[in-house]
Design a protein around this ligand. Structure first.
Ligand code: SAH
Length: 348
């Protein structure tokens, strides 16, 4: 049994041919799924009834439920998406002028264990399948027309590469939801083998790399992944990626007071990112997380100092603000928080 939302548009024709069905049915199916946005095969009224029944059995739509919605004062909405097995993830919708960005999760929890991130503080339960990731998008687009996707929710996308990529290819497909590749950003904490794989896809997705520290000593303390792939190896992979794809890499640097916020850190950061052709930096003040009360948000003056040092070193830099704080929807806040407050079979 294959889930319909996990099948790429071009895969339908051969699948149908194997079953002795006519090729034009593929287009009817795609119309129903991604133009009419059916929520049940019963609603695919262009298809004959017995065919609909067959699709229900062989290619069901993924069962999901929006279990909760919390809205932040800044308009950011966090949806809790529950799946059939009782697991759930969070997806965040972020309005901005001319944009409606969806932040999606790729795993239930996260195995990477970054010190400052709540999503990883309880480990990983399982990876999502492609259709489950698409289901997040389906839930999101009911709230508003999605213009951008960032893969910055729970989980490490490069650890769930195949399913994550299948979901993004589907969302990007012309006969699917048709969201432009340049409007889709994958963010990794630095799982090095993922870079060459992504480069070989030949798709113009955007890539962000969570750096957060300019040297191995500090980065290994904050991000266990650095003990496996150190900064040199990571930056070499980034440089190869930009040379091969001619695409920019954005380095994310979350500034944590008293941890990675010194002028020396800023200067070292500038030197490191300059090793990568076509790199830019996003500076983000830490969103406080309850499991690490010792990690504090830096004052604005620190952010400006970082900006100044990087700009002087000719590194293209942006100051970013964390959105959705009061709905626990900000960067690094997505987590299994309400674990005891829901009925059985629901993880939240
Ligand atoms: N695993 C991927 C994607 C998820 S995290 C990655 O690491 O890139 C999305 C971004 O939020 C990452 O840059 C992550 O480091 C950052 N982040 C995590 N916790 C944060 C916090 N408490 N404050 C600010 N940013 C945080």
């Amino acid at each position: 049994m294959t889930k319909a939302w996990g099948i790429l548009p071009e895969e339908w024709k051969p699948i149908l041919a194997e079953r002795g069905m006519r090729p034009f049915r593929a287009d009817q199916i795609l119309q129903s799924l991604y133009r009419d946005w059916i929520e049940s095969w019963d609603d695919a009224t262009t298809l004959p009834k017995d065919f609909r029944e067959q699709l229900k059995v062989e290619f069901p739509l993924t069962k999901y439920e929006t279990l909760a919605v919390s809205e932040s004062a800044d308009g950011t909405k966090k949806l809790l998406i529950g799946y059939e097995d009782g697991n759930s993830v969070e997806t965040v919708l972020i309005p901005a002028t001319g944009r409606f960005t969806q932040c999606i999760s790729t795993q239930v929890g996260c195995p990477m264990g970054c010190a400052f991130c709540a999503s990883g503080s309880q480990g990983v339960v399982r990876s999502l399948t492609a259709d489950e990731i698409v289901a997040e998008y389906m839930a999101g687009r009911k709230v508003g027309e999605i213009t951008n996707i960032v893969v910055m929710g729970m989980g490490e996308p490069f650890v769930n590469y195949d399913e994550m990529m299948r979901a993004l290819k589907l969302i990007n497909a012309g006969k699917g939801p048709n969201l432009g590749a340049r409007h889709i950003t994958i963010s990794t904490c630095g799982v090095v083998p993922g870079f060459a794989r992504l480069a070989s896809e030949g798709i113009q997705f955007e890539l962000s790399v969570s750096l957060h520290a300019p040297n191995d000593e500090l980065r290994s303390q904050l991000m266990p992944v650095n003990r496996r792939w150190g900064i040199d190896e990571l930056l070499d992979a980034c440089a190869d990626y930009t040379r091969k794809t001619k695409r920019i890499i954005t380095f994310e640097y979350t500034v944590i007071e008293g941890v990675n916020d010194s002028r020396a850190c800023a200067e070292e950061l500038a030197r490191q990112v300059r090793r990568v052709p076509m790199a830019k930096v996003n500076l983000i003040p830490l969103s406080p997380v309850s499991h690490r009360p010792d990690f504090r948000t830096p004052p604005e003056s620190t952010m400006l100092m970082f900006l100044d040092v990087l700009m002087r070193a000719h590194v293209q830099t942006m100051l970013r603000r964390s959105r959705g704080k009061d709905a626990d929807a900000a960067c690094g806040q997505l987590r299994l928080k309400n674990i005891s407050s829901v009925p059985p079979k629901r993880d939240f």
